[in-house]
Design a binder for this molecule. Structure first.
Ligand code: BJW
Ligand code: ZN
Length: 258
């Protein structure tokens, strides 16, 4: 995308946002890439040397829970060392403008949107900080310290698993319904740093476009075009850590963020 094309796309996106009463954002791994968190599908489907299916599926867990815990402990250690980037902070700035009418739906499990200051966040694929007991079902926030490769529940000594949504598993009902409600009621859906290939998360995009009587406007922010691009009214192609602050700056100049 040339500088001139980006400039006119930024103006168009700012124009949509200025008129929006309700804004919904869907983020994926790309928004955290500039913080140093690897994305999923960049290098042959490998994730820190593992096939995603081996470490992010119930089958992988039943085959080798210790390997899954080693993988998630490494992820937790990585995330403990990283910080939100300017893209995360720009989204926090936007929430300050729209308040309760701003919902951030994230597929990420790294907690960086919360660390940047967003509060109305729906973590639809779970959180690296949380564990779930396979015996008593308690969900606990365990921070980011290593948990060993066979952690036990502090209440009942049952086996713990990461509180993460793996392939083939259902999303939490209440969180998913809140995400659907936000996407179906928004005037603008901002889709940031996701390949939009994983469902049901990706279905939020057609949900927003099918809003009646007026479809939502969809703005995509990504390095490249994706499965979301055909739905997008405007595409901003470049690193989200650069593009999102530029978008916020345009809103500030126009008074929309004051
Ligand atoms: C930048 C950038 C920069 C880089 N700036 N951009 C319908 C059709 C087909 C299949 C299905 C369907 N419905 C369900 C399925 C099956 C499956 C699925 O979707 N499979 C597809 C892969 C085909 N879905 C499920 O299994 C889901 N469950 C389900 O549907 O259950 C049904 C059920 C109902 C009732 C009872 C029981 C079951 C669950 C999905 C869970 C996904 N989990 C994962 C792993 C766990 C999280 C973890 O450990 O971290 O979540 S998979 C992985 O993909 C992870 C991510 O959240 C998710 C999305 O990936 P994301 O974020 O888009 O990352 P990438 O790497 O793909 O893309 C990064 C993007 O960033 C790229 O576009 C880059 O260009 C860009 N980028 N740098 C801007 N600086
Ligand atoms: Zn327990």
């Amino acid at each position: 995308m040339s500088a001139t094309e980006l400039d006119s796309a930024l103006s168009q996106a700012a124009h949509y946002l200025q008129a929006a009463q309700r804004v919904c954002v869907l983020t994926g791994a790309g928004v955290s890439a500039e913080s140093g968190v690897p994305t999923f599908r960049a290098s042959d489907g490998l994730w820190e040397g593992h096939r995603i299916d081996d470490v992010a599926s119930p089958e992988g867990w039943y085959r080798n829970p210790a390997l899954v815990w080693q993988f998630y402990n490494a992820r937790r250690a990585n995330v403990a060392q990283v910080k939100p980037n300017p893209g995360h902070y720009a989204l926090a700035e936007m929430e300050r403008r729209w308040g309760q009418n701003f919902t951030l739906v994230t597929q990420n499990v790294d907690g960086l949107h919360l660390a940047a200051g967003n509060r109305n966040v729906l973590e639809i694929h779970g959180s690296l900080r949380q564990t779930r007991c396979l015996s008593c079902a308690a969900v606990d926030d365990r921070g980011l310290k290593p948990l060993g490769d066979a952690p036990r529940c502090p209440r009942c000594q049952g086996r713990l698993r990461p509180h993460i949504v793996w392939f083939g598993e259902a999303l939490d009902d209440a969180i998913w319904w809140a995400a659907l409600e936000a996407a179906s009621a928004c005037d603008v859906l901002l889709v940031v740093g996701t390949s939009a290939v994983v469902y049901p998360a990706a279905s939020l995009i057609p949900v927003a476009k099918r809003r009646r009587p007026t479809p939502a406007q969809v703005i995509e922010v990504n390095l490249t075009t994706t499965d979301a691009s055909d739905w997008a009214d405007v595409g901003l192609y470049g690193p989200s850590g650069i593009i999102l602050p530029q978008l916020v700056q345009r809103l500030e100049y126009s008074g929309a963020l004051s």
